[in-house]
Design a protein around this ligand. Structure first.
Ligand code: ADP
Ligand code: MG
Length: 572
């Protein structure tokens, strides 16, 4: 007697639904992606009770012919692929032909479609896998799909659904993501009768970012547009203080598809690490476009992970693209103050401690770094004459326009070093200080070799090394500007930089060296620094192109406004 049976169709579909239909948001995603694939220019989503009770998606796309209605609902039926070779270059969002069948096996689904050439609309409905006959009906051009009572007959799955408000916010988030990247398409979402999201077909990327990230944050985002033959990168990135510990404000897209690829995320963090501290993520919209045959999206049922034919090229492009664009970004405190309407953190409400007000000019995010959005004023005018207080040989307090500024002496020195070295590089070579007696460091033969191989890059940054016997490296000179730099710690860092990735490019080595040297030669927290030296440091820090973060993305300055002080003492 055989014990193995072929499973009934409905069970197969319900198993498949386990992979793609997790909650109302997944239904919304699949339906909206279908509308986009159908060339829609308007997509309306209507939710009831977070979509648990009802989800409706209407579009004005090409529609489905009467003859195809049944087929569209069966599994492995798609109009987007015809043979295996099509899998090599997927240009549409869908291709698995599984979503509608899966959804229809776990809900009550009704589909009405009126394609362009047809005389009238037709409809079909499915009740937890049981299909009705196709009927004529009234309708609008395009397609309308309604999904009711998701999982209501599958208690085991239904009990994993959260409160309607939670389910609604996940569903809305999917529409927001797709709306960000699909310019030319208008979207709306209604939840329990209320309009909760809307962008018009004519809205550009900035308007879409404003709708998703908030107008204030959007106004302070920097646009990046890097066309190229192989990979086109378009991005908008928020200022350092909008960074957060989770990646929820990172939206990455590959050929119009929202992706959450851990390796892409790593490239992003690498690219922004000078502005965003370790462990934090930037506010970021990033869209990559490349030839469909250079990627494989058929890796994951939800299609949020991808493989690249040329991973190194893609990552290099992201890292360098972000770095170069951000290096030119004007995010200095003075400029933000100068324009008057300094950035407030209210749109990135994740930061800021409970009772404190939000905002904080161009200052770094900190529970205390808050304020009404008051312009910061000309800080450097008063430097030199102004009093300040050094606390624990670490923090410098001083009064500036609108409140009190607290500066981390190490972070500021590190940033000053970095910007000054960069300026020297731009203007030619970094001035080198030859050592009277070369510093000798014992290393392995391989280590000596790899350092000597990169001699030219080091020399550009004012570091002169040479081989001194097979296992000894001689350091003959270091940058004149960096007085505190110890040659041994420099060698340590150089070796680490060289071992980080297999074959770092000269630009990569240069960037990493700049970070390391800026940090190694900066005063430390806790170091006693004389008053004159501190004054001169503050002066050097008064006019930098970028002064909000140290070379590792940590805050340089924190601002406490008078309002914050008044609140703290219940004077407000
Ligand atoms: P896939 O999107 O992977 O092809 P689906 O199950 O999501 O699979 O959809 C099956 C087919 O139904 C699609 O290939 C498409 O031909 C058709 N279809 C689904 N939704 C729409 C829509 N909104 N407008 C036009 N055609 C649609
Ligand atoms: Mg689909």
């Amino acid at each position: 007697m055989s014990v193995i049976r072929q499973l009934p169709r409905l069970v197969v579909d319900q198993i498949a639904a386990g992979e793609v239909v997790e909650r109302p948001a997944s239904v919304v995603k699949e339906l909206v992606e279908n509308s986009l694939d159908a060339g829609a220019t308007h997509i309306d989503v209507i939710l009831e009770e977070g979509g648990i009770r009802r989800i409706e998606v209407r579009d004005d796309g090409v529609g489905i012919t009467r003859d195809d209605l049944q087929l569209a609902l069966s599994s492995h039926a798609t109009s987007k692929l015809s043979d295996a070779s099509d899998l090599q270059a997927i240009a549409s969002l869908g291709f698995r032909g599984e979503a509608l069948a899966s959804i229809a096996s776990v809900s009550r689904l009704e589909m009405i479609s009126w394609p362009r050439d047809a005389e009238r609309a037709a409809k079909i409905s499915v009740d937890f896998g049981t299909q009705s006959a196709v009927q004529d009906c009234a309708g609008a051009r395009g397609t309308r799909i309604t999904v009711c009572d998701l999982f209501s007959e599958l208690p085991a799955r239904r009990k994993f659904l959260k409160r309607p408000s939670t389910e609604a916010s996940h569903a809305i988030a999917w529409v927001e993501r797709l709306a960000l990247v699909h310019s030319g398409v208008g979207f709306s979402v209604q939840h329990d009768g209320k309009m909760v999201f809307k962008v018009n077909a004519s809205d550009d990327l900035s308007a879409r970012c404003a709708a998703v990230y908030g107008t204030k944050l959007n106004a302070d985002m920097i646009s990046i547009d890097l066309p190229s033959e192989h990979i086109q990168l378009t991005a908008r990135i928020g200022p350092p203080e909008s960074a957060r510990r989770d990646a929820r404000k990172v939206h990455m897209f590959l050929n119009g598809r929202w992706v959450r690829d851990p390796r892409l995320l790593r490239a992003v963090r690498e690219g922004v690490k000078e502005f965003v501290p370790h462990g934090y993520y930037p506010t970021l919209f990033m869209a990559l476009n490349m030839a469909p045959e250079s990627i494989d999206v058929n890796v994951h049922p939800q299609k949020t992970e991808v493989r690249f034919r040329d991973e190194r090229m893609v990552f290099g492009r992201i890292v360098n693209g972000l770095r170069q664009s951000l290096a030119g970004a004007n995010w200095s405190t003075r400029s933000a103050g100068g324009v008057g309407g300094a950035y407030t953190a209210s749109s990135s409400a994740q930061f800021g401690g409970g009772s404190m007000s939000e905002g904080g000019g161009a200052y770094s995010q900190h529970p205390l770094a808050t304020a009404d959005a008051r312009p910061i004023g000309a800080i450097d005018d008063t430097i030199g004459t102004q009093n300040f207080l050094s606390v624990r040989n670490t923090f410098l307090f001083r009064e500036i326009e609108g409140g009190v500024e607290i500066i981390d002496q190490h972070a500021l020195h590190e940033r000053v070093n970095l910007e000054e070295l960069r300026r020297e590089i731009r203007e030619g070579e970094v001035v080198m200080q030859p050592l009277l007696v070369p510093a000798l460091v014992d290393l392995s033969r391989e280590e000596v070799q790899s350092l000597v191989d990169n001699k030219a890059v080091f020399r550009k940054l004012g570091v002169d090394v040479s081989e001194f016997g097979t296992t000894t490296l001689a350091i003959n000179g270091v940058p004149a500007r960096l007085k505190k730099l110890r040659p041994e710690s420099l060698v340590e860092d150089l070796l680490e930089i060289l071992s980080q990735s297999r074959a770092p490019s000269p630009e990569q080595i240069q960037e990493e060296m700049l970070y390391s040297m800026s940090c190694r030669s900066a005063v430390m927290a806790g170091d006693y620094v004389g008053e004159d030296a501190l004054r001169s440091l503050l002066k050097r820090g008064g006019d930098l192109p970028q002064d909000r973060t140290c070379a590792h993305g940590r805050p340089v300055r924190v601002f406490l406004s008078y309002v914050d002080l008044e609140k703290a003492f219940y004077r407000r």
